[in-house]
Design a protein around this ligand. Structure first.
Ligand SMILES: Nc1ncnc2c1ncn2[C@@H]1O[C@H](COP(=O)(O)OP(=O)(O)OP(=O)(O)O)[C@@H](O)[C@H]1O
Length: 304
């Protein structure tokens, strides 16, 4: 379990993390989401003992990462895929880390195989593409077979096949009972990756809940209804009379506040012909935009 407790981090005048508290549980893939500059990387760096907090703490199973000898066996992490010694080969890089963490050398070859880099193990990292560097970073995270894994923007630079593969790997790791925390600034990346979410904005917590709860909180599900012109006004009045909110969108009506079942019943009872009746689930992307709108550091095309 990862526990972030009243965490604060200040860089000069910038308050990067502001009294942040949340818990990440094992057995789930937890998405760590927030707009650019929200404080995700800072939180992960503090969790790994790379930066000191100004206040508060991050612990893994009750202890700070720095207080653990042979840390890679407890927490595996992918932070910046460029932050490796380019002159080394992938295998050497993993051997060096294995030795300092007392991990058997054969484990390095196993993880290279696991991430699809077995054929590139003897090549220098400086010649690696971004996708290959990401895979090497993932191999490094897996090296110590740790119960807790942190990934900062791991889908960056991966092709669609790589994205699919990585999503499957996250699910497998969580299925084995590990704690998997994956950061991203894109809700679309998390939609098919995570089952739990921690959302932050300007260093503060916005939400910590399941994906379904997050979506339901941010936007209401709606129903699209299409009906012939001559029935449209009557149907609008009928639904509004039942307390629904009805908006005209093109030749359709967008209805919130009533279920598709209820709309169908009412139409039948009043002899209104329907050409379409489709429920639209609450959109995660809309929920994310709505809840983080005030906390984005850079808002395109809008003065703040
Ligand atoms: N070493 C540093 N020195 C000064 N300011 C920093 C440093 N690291 C981060 N910051 C600032 O702290 C804030 C949070 O940055 P952080 O990188 O943690 O956000 P993030 O959520 O990971 O963003 P992104 O999605 O863009 O990676 C930003 O305003 C950033 O400019």
């Amino acid at each position: 379990m990862i526990e972030v407790n009243e965490l604060t981090k200040r860089y000069g005048d910038t308050l990067a993390v502001d009294g942040l508290s949340f818990t990440v549980r094992p057995g789930h893939v937890t998405g760590f989401l927030g707009p650019n500059g929200a404080g995700k990387s800072t939180t992960l760096r503090i969790a790994l003992g790379l930066h000191d907090p100004t206040g508060g703490s991050v612990t893994v199973d009750g202890r700070r990462f720095r207080d653990r000898p042979r840390g890679l066996r407890h927490v595996g992490a992918l932070l910046d895929a460029h932050d490796v010694h380019g002159g080394r080969t992938a295998r050497t890089q993993l051997y060096v880390l294995a030795r300092s963490n007392r991990i058997p050398r054969r484990r390095a070859d196993e993880v290279l195989e696991q991430v699809g880099l077995a054929g590139a193990g003897r090549r220098r990292i400086s010649g690696f593409s971004l996708g290959m560097r990401q895979r090497l970073g993932i191999a490094t995270a897996l090296l110590g077979d740790p119960p807790v894994l942190l990934f900062d923007e791991p889908l960056n630079g991966l092709d669609p096949e790589g994205v699919q593969w990585l999503r499957g790997l996250f699910r497998r790791l969580a299925g084995e009972g590990r704690t998997v925390l994956v950061s991203s600034h894109l809700m679309s990346e998390m939609e098919n990756t995570a089952d739990q979410l921690v959302v932050i904005g300007r260093g503060s917590l916005i939400a910590a809940e399941s994906l379904a709860d997050f979506a339901a909180r941010g936007t209401r599900p709606s129903v699209t209804v299409r009906t012939p012109d001559h029935d449209r006004t009557a149907l609008t009045e009928l639904l509004a009379g039942e307390g629904a909110e009805v908006r005209r969108t093109g030749d359709a009506l967008t209805v919130t506040g009533l279920s598709a079942d209820r709309i169908g019943e009412l139409a039948l009872l009043h002899g209104v012909l329907l050409h379409e009746l489709s429920a639209r689930p609450a959109s995660l992307e809309e929920a994310f935009m709505a809840l983080t709108a005030d906390s984005a550091d850079h808002v395109t095309g809008a003065a703040r």
